[in-house]
Design a protein around this ligand. Structure first.
Ligand SMILES: [Mg+2]
Ligand SMILES: [Zn+2]
Length: 188
């Protein structure tokens, strides 16, 4: 069976506008050019898979049921733009959490590659041909730790940080559409 290639996508600050511990579907707002970018990747044969740290669950700010509602709404928002996400992975853990069940030093919280590796096994993904895109160093390192190419999105959160101080990234772009255009140009 031929292996697939995938684009692994951070959620907050990448697909949607960053909100501190977003806990309600009403707070969802798509980032500029996000749906266009994901659509272009998909048209070129990439699976689109969300990889997100949601320590707000361990911290007791919201529960997994609430996260499902948020992802359901986001699924519909993207569907309205003609975009279908192939799978969703999240890490609910944090070592400083207050909910005992999630207070663990897990293998899935980015920069660890656990979520990407799980997705790769399930979907038969060739990681060397795949990309991790996000707006933080943890995303870049998770991509590297999994053997992917890492692309940094420079948004309002990263703009204040000197991007030269961020390690692990291979490319810097302004949004998901620029990432998709860059990659399609490089691979053709
Ligand atoms: Mg982010
Ligand atoms: Zn985890």
């Amino acid at each position: 069976m031929k292996k697939r290639k995938a684009v692994f996508l951070d959620r907050d600050g990448t697909i949607i506008v960053h909100e501190h511990y977003l806990s309600s579907p009403d707070q969802l707002k798509l980032s500029p050019n996000a749906s266009q970018g994901i659509r272009l990747f998909k048209e070129h044969g990439y699976l689109a898979i969300v990889i997100t740290n949601q320590s707000g669950i361990a911290r007791g700010f919201f529960d997994e049921e609430r996260l499902m509602l948020i992802h359901e709404k986001l699924t519909n928002m993207l569907k309205n733009e003609g975009v279908l996400i192939d799978d969703w992975y999240y890490c609910p853990h944090h070592t400083e959490g207050v909910i005992e069940h999630y207070k663990v030093d897990c293998d899935c919280r980015k920069p660890k590659p656990g979520l990407i590796l799980s997705a790769a096994r399930k979907h038969h993904i060739d990681l060397a041909q795949s990309l991790m895109i996000g707006d933080a160093e943890t995303d870049m390192l998770a991509g590297k730790n999994a053997g992917c190419t890492s692309i940094l999105i420079r948004n309002v959160c990263t703009e204040s940080t000197n991007t030269a101080s961020i390690s692990g990234m291979d490319y810097v772009v302004k949004d998901l559409l620029e990432a998709a255009q860059l990659f399609i140009r490089l691979k053709n």
